[in-house]
Design a protein around this ligand. Structure first.
Ligand SMILES: Cc1cc2nc3c(=O)[nH]c(=O)nc-3n(C[C@H](O)[C@H](O)[C@H](O)COP(=O)(O)OP(=O)(O)OC[C@H]3O[C@@H](n4cnc5c(N)ncnc54)[C@H](O)[C@@H]3O)c2cc1C
Length: 416
């Protein structure tokens, strides 16, 4: 069923009783060409592009919970492509370009809103670093503007410009960055993949990976054994647990990250603003709630909830940037499990097991990567060679010393 203004009108007149389900609820077949573990954004996008771009439709996405229950429905919805390093920059720009055409492509309203992402700077040294980043972006054809204090003041007069400790000197703006309604992305990809023949099996947990002579033959699941020719892992925060079922130890730690939503307020923040002197990012949803977050909780965890010390830490950073936040009530908060890699960059690669593929290590930043990641992972699975913009995201780069350390933190996963 195609969605259009006409179908909205027609179904409205008929009492909205004739809408078809967005995707089927099929029983799993005994065997697939490709099984994808994880019905999050990346797993569903991979299935969508496998079917749409590469003609591989005998595919199942196995999701232990329901579609959208993982990080794809838990993030703070920010998309951007303001990366510095050559391994990252072209990939995130590919993803941004895919965002720009996504709603037309999968015929679903994901509320892609290019309202701008502004990173504040608070010192001369930070301005120089942002200038370098902005210049690099522009050299790669990505939009970037360095704003001085007056220009930021004009946009966001309520920021604490004269904060004694963190005065605001300006910001680096990417106007094409913005926000996307996160769960609609999962639903849009699920619907698009399903309509091309992909089976999305919810409430189906993968509990084991069956190997014969070093080759994956299928997966044990809570609904029984399902065979496959190719197995692709896209389990985000649970990546290490799932890879361990095949005997692989990944350079990944799982950490919890929290998100917060305030009560609804009159519109006052147009775009996304990030604090440069700590870790705080905020945007305002179309319903008026402030959507914000900060650092990881700082310990390894597989729990989808965090602790109060981090709530206080995030609130402090927010108030240092916008003092008026002290009057705002928080309505909701939740946590997600982050697959933190050792250099802060992802892995889209084959593994030492020949028909087992890995998509993992997305850290804080995997939502914006969803279209690019799905496309590049599908390319790798279908063609056997990496898509050119994702060629650096190799699993063996940690052994070879070719790290993609965007933040320059070293092998300290909780700091990336
Ligand atoms: C609070 C928070 C804020 C964030 N903010 C941003 C942001 O603003 N911008 C940004 O770019 N990124 C952000 N991220 C990161 C981003 O959400 C993730 O990197 C990205 O969503 C991960 O990919 P995914 O969507 O495939 O993950 P998920 O949605 O987590 O998908 C993985 C799926 O695998 C399933 N699974 C796991 N184990 C099994 C198993 N054994 N069998 C079957 N299924 C299994 C899980 O249930 C899950 O549904 C944020 C994350 C969090 C938690």
């Amino acid at each position: 069923m195609r969605y259009s203004a006409f179908s909205v009108l027609l179904n409205g007149l008929r009492g909205n009783r004739n809408w078809a389900s967005a995707w089927r609820q099929p029983e799993a077949k005994s065997h697939y060409d490709v099984i994808i573990v994880g019905g999050g954004g990346h797993g569903l996008a991979t299935a969508y592009y496998l079917a749409k771009e590469f003609g591989i439709t005998n595919v199942a996405v196995l999701e232990k919970n329901y579609v959208g229950s993982g990080n794809v429905g838990r993030n703070t919805t920010i998309i951007r492509s303001n990366y510095l390093l050559p391994g990252n920059n072209p990939f995130y720009e590919l993803s941004m370009k895919l965002w720009e055409g996504l709603e037309q492509d999968f015929n679903f309203n994901a509320m892609v809103s290019q309202r701008g992402v502004l990173n504040l700077y608070h010192s001369d040294a930070q301005r120089d670093a942002y200038t370098r980043r902005g210049n690099t972006m522009r050299l790669h054809g990505v939009d970037a503007e360095l704003l001085n204090r007056e220009a930021v003041h004009k946009m966001l007069p309520f920021l604490d410009f004269d904060n004694a400790r963190f005065p605001i000197q300006g910001g680096l703006l990417q106007r094409r960055g913005g926000t996307v309604r996160h769960d609609a992305v999962a639903w849009g990809y699920a619907r698009g993949a399903d309509s091309r023949g992909v089976d999305i099996i919810q409430n189906c947990e993968v509990t084991g990976i069956r190997l014969e002579t070093g080759h994956v033959t299928g997966v044990e699941t809570s609904r029984g054994f399902i065979g496959c020719n190719t197995l692709a892992l896209a389990a985000a925060g649970n990546s290490s647990q799932v890879a361990e079922m095949a005997g692989l130890k990944l350079p990944i730690e799982s950490h919890v990250l929290q998100a917060f939503v305030s009560e609804g307020l009159k519109p006052f923040i147009d775009g996304v603003v990030t604090f440069g002197a700590g870790h705080f990012y905020v945007s305002q949803s179309d319903k008026g709630g402030l959507v914000f977050g900060g650092d990881l909780d700082g310990y390894n965890s597989y729990a989808q909830r965090g602790n109060l010390a981090t709530v206080e830490h995030v609130a402090e950073a927010g108030k240092a940037m916008i003092p008026a936040l002290s009057r705002v009530r928080v309505l909701r908060s939740w946590g997600g499990i982050m697959d933190m890699s050792m250099d802060g960059s992802p892995i889209i690669d084959r593994t030492p097991i020949d028909n087992l593929y890995l998509n993992a290590g997305w850290c804080y930043g995997g939502f914006k990567a969803t279209p690019g990641s799905g496309y590049c992972f599908a390319h790798l699975i279908a063609r056997g060679t990496p898509q050119e913009t994702a060629a650096a995201f190799r699993l063996d780069r940690f052994q070879r010393g070719y790290l993609i350390d965007e933040k320059g933190q070293g092998a300290q996963p909780n700091l990336h």
